[in-house]
Ligand binder design. Structure first.
Ligand code: ATP
Length: 201
């Protein structure tokens, strides 16, 4: 059984997937796949160079993230162009990893899922992580040192909570005590174990 894990920037997807991993659950993270594809000698590098020119590649041979972030932030055409390079490669690698999964259930973390996303069809169930917008901004400010306006812009570019709730099966409210989060994850873990047993019958 495959659980799709999604949520906005800073909502806590990595924190949540780390806690599932501690329970022995395998995690496929599309962010990690994307980082590998755009690392030095990653399979997306030659296409990025071809489409965005030498400035898009840093001295160490990886994608120049700062340059590309500015580029895609200022033009939706450039963003679409980068997505059209990365998305098929991410999907192909995620599918390869899915083929090799074992265990009762696994988690596929996809930050930018929306109701039309083809990732939904790959998953048996979707878990949405959410927290108040002010908390998202606070966490990302602390972690990335970005300003509130820039973070707000990123949040606005992601799908709305209303859209996400329309396809989520489970919602994990990640706000406050870590102990509360751990308890909620254990509760979901039990549910997923039961459901995966039901699925394999
Ligand atoms: P992104 O989409 O930006 O990669 P994410 O959804 O994976 O983010 P995390 O990286 O898990 O989110 O969390 C963002 C930041 O908030 C991290 O620094 C994390 O330690 C912190 N954080 C997560 N959950 C909580 C919580 N319940 N209380 C306090 N801080 C938290």
């Amino acid at each position: 059984m495959l659980i799709g894990l999604t949520g906005g920037i800073g909502s806590g997807k990595t924190t949540v997937s780390d806690l599932f991993a501690e329970l022995g659950i395998k995690i496929i993270d599309t962010d990690v796949i994307s980082q590998n594809l755009t690392a030095a000698s990653g399979s997306a590098i030659s296409l990025i160079l071809e489409n965005f020119g030498p400035q898009s590649i840093a001295l160490d041979g990886s994608m120049d993230r700062k340059f590309m972030r500015t580029k895609v932030f200022n033009s939706s055409n450039e963003r679409k162009k980068l997505e059209s390079i990365l998305h098929p490669l991410i999907r192909e690698e995620a599918k390869r990893q899915i083929q090799n999964l074992d265990g009762p259930y696994s988690i596929l973390a996809v930050p930018l899922m929306n109701k039309d996303s083809s990732w939904i069809r790959l998953c048996d169930r979707i878990l949405l992580v959410d927290c108040p917008k002010e908390e998202q901004i606070r966490r990302v400010e602390l972690r990335n040192g970005l300003g509130p306006t820039e973070i707000q812009k990123i949040i606005n570019s992601q799908s709305s909570i209303r859209d996400k709730l329309s396809f989520a099966d489970d919602v994990l409210f990640n706000y406050g005590e870590r102990e509360y989060l751990k308890k909620e994850i254990l509760r979901l873990h039990q549910i997923y174990l039961k459901l995966s047993g039901a699925c394999s019958k």
